[in-house]
Write a protein that binds this ligand. Structure first.
Ligand code: UGA
Length: 435
């Protein structure tokens, strides 16, 4: 079986390499020449642990990358993995890339092939695309469309691709299901991965429902954080205590500066927009509150800093972290960068350090100051903000760090520094939602 993957971003590039690892002949296609050149040279165009060895292993063998859509012609299965970012002018998802990807492969589809959507899309998209494929392919070419949402997390993309915790196959026929079961045969057999077979709209909705639930869980604990701050309670202990209840679970209950990235924020907004179009705005109205709680945490940190260092104009603030989470260089809707930007606009002199995301951060926030090391970043700082929980930040020695700053003030936006060690070294330690 031959596979094509359309779109080679965080999702598509790793999916293509994962499919090659599973034993298939794979071609990855993208309109971005620089990205394709990098992948074809077996160099990852973004940071993702474990990804480069997979490229090195398969590029030049059964994995290749191209900008020429005609090269998908001999594939039996085409995975559509392009992005669906938030539209510039509304909360809805921008479907330009999905539509363009499908249009680009239609002239090259062979009889009996299967198009499989993996992008996160508004419910109803699959049906619309299936009709478009049906209309634009000749009568002699029968092509079906399935939806197989992706649940991979950045930072764990390779593991999540090769060993997913579930497979959702939204299929129009038994034949399409059979093809997808063949693609994932190794995972299903070796890992006993649960398979949920659904219709197209259910598969599309599973993805947005999952991300909405995760976002809600994070905003729930951050709402508790707000109450803890008023009452003098400790949100990390509260999360531990409620997390022992299996029905609640401790995962995704880490209070702090909230969620960011290319998925959760735009997915809950796109879901709200789609529900509005369907006349069901009230059903997901709570997602607007989830969003609001999340954004409030960023403003809260700005206010904490202002209060702690006595105003912002001319104050020197060190920001540790720019990526939206550790083990990633992705800065899309990053809480860390958003806070750094707000402080800068309020007159502070902001220095940022991140182990992997400096290049991407400088592209979207060129006016911030970027340091080459933690030491340079915190030099002379009036406050140090810990906003992305990279392991190397957790391992910093508070005493050594204290020797470099102007004032020993640390705001732990991820609640995972050693509070007692900082306090013992004479720091004013402020966590979020912690007395
Ligand atoms: C998310 C989902 O977790 C994946 O299942 C999904 O496939 C992916 O979106 C997607 O739609 O493609 P990802 O964006 O990689 O994955 O990041 P997460 O690990 O979900 O973290 C999202 C944000 O929530 C990060 O900013 C993280 O710092 C924050 N977070 C996470 C918290 O603030 N608290 C927590 O307890 C957990």
């Amino acid at each position: 079986m031959r596979i094509s993957v359309i779109g080679t971003g965080y999702l598509g590039a790793v999916h293509a390499a994962g499919m090659a690892e599973l034993g298939f002949e794979v071609v990855g296609v993208d309109v971005d020449k620089a990205k394709i050149a990098s992948l074809q040279a077996a160099t990852m165009p973004f940071y993702e642990p474990e990804f480069e060895p997979l490229l090195e292993k398969h590029v030049g063998g059964r994995l290749r990358f191209t900008t020429d859509f005609a090269e998908v012609a001999d594939a039996d299965v085409h995975f559509v993995c392009v992005g669906t970012p938030q539209q510039g002018s509304s909360l809805a998802a921008d479907m330009t890339y999905v539509d363009a990807a499908v249009d680009a492969i239609i002239p090259h589809l062979k009889d009996g092939s299967l198009v499989v959507g993996k992008s996160t899309v508004p419910v109803g998209t699959a049906e619309r695309l299936a009709e478009r494929i049906e209309t634009l392919t000749p009568d002699s070419v029968n092509v079906e469309l399935a939806w197989n949402p992706e649940f991979l997390r950045e930072g764990f993309a390779v593991q999540d691709t090769l060993h997913p915790d579930r497979l959702v196959l939204g299929v129009p026929s038994a034949g399409a299901e059979q093809i997808l079961r063949e693609v994932y045969a190794r995972t299903i057999e070796e890992d006993r991965t649960p398979v949920v077979v659904t219709d197209l709209p259910t598969a599309e909705l599973v993805k947005v429902a999952a991300n909405s639930f995760l976002a809600t869980k994070i905003s729930f604990i951050n709402a508790m954080s707000e109450i803890c701050e008023i009452t003098g309670a400790d949100v990390t202990l509260l999360a531990d205590a409620i997390g022992y209840d299996d029905r609640i679970g401790r995962k995704f209950l880490n209070a702090g500066v909230g969620f960011g990235g290319g998925c959760l924020p735009k997915d809950i907004r796109a879901f709200s927009a789609r529900a509005g179009e369907l006349g069901a705005a009230a059903s997901v109205a709570f997602l607007a509150e989830v969003d609001a709680i999340n954004l409030r945490r960023r403003e809260h940190v700005v206010e904490l800093v202002r209060g702690q260092v006595g105003g912002l104009v001319g104050r020197r603030i060190a920001v540790l972290g720019a990526a939206f989470k550790p083990n990633s260089d992705d800065v899309r809707d990053s809480p860390a960068l958003s806070i750094a930007g707000q402080l800068h606009l309020a007159g502070a002199s902001v220095s940022v350090y991140d182990p992997k995301a400096m290049g991407n951060a400088a592209k979207i926030f060129p006016t911030l100051d970027y340091s080459d090391s933690v030491e340079e970043c915190v030099h002379g700082a009036d406050a140090v903000l810990h906003l992305t929980e990279w392991p190397e930040f957790r391992e910093l020695d508070p005493e050594t760090l204290g020797g470099k700053v102007a004032q020993r003030v640390v705001i732990d936006g991820r609640n995972c520094l050693d509070r007692e060690a900082y306090k013992a070294a004479g720091w004013t330690y402020l966590g979020l939602g912690r007395s």
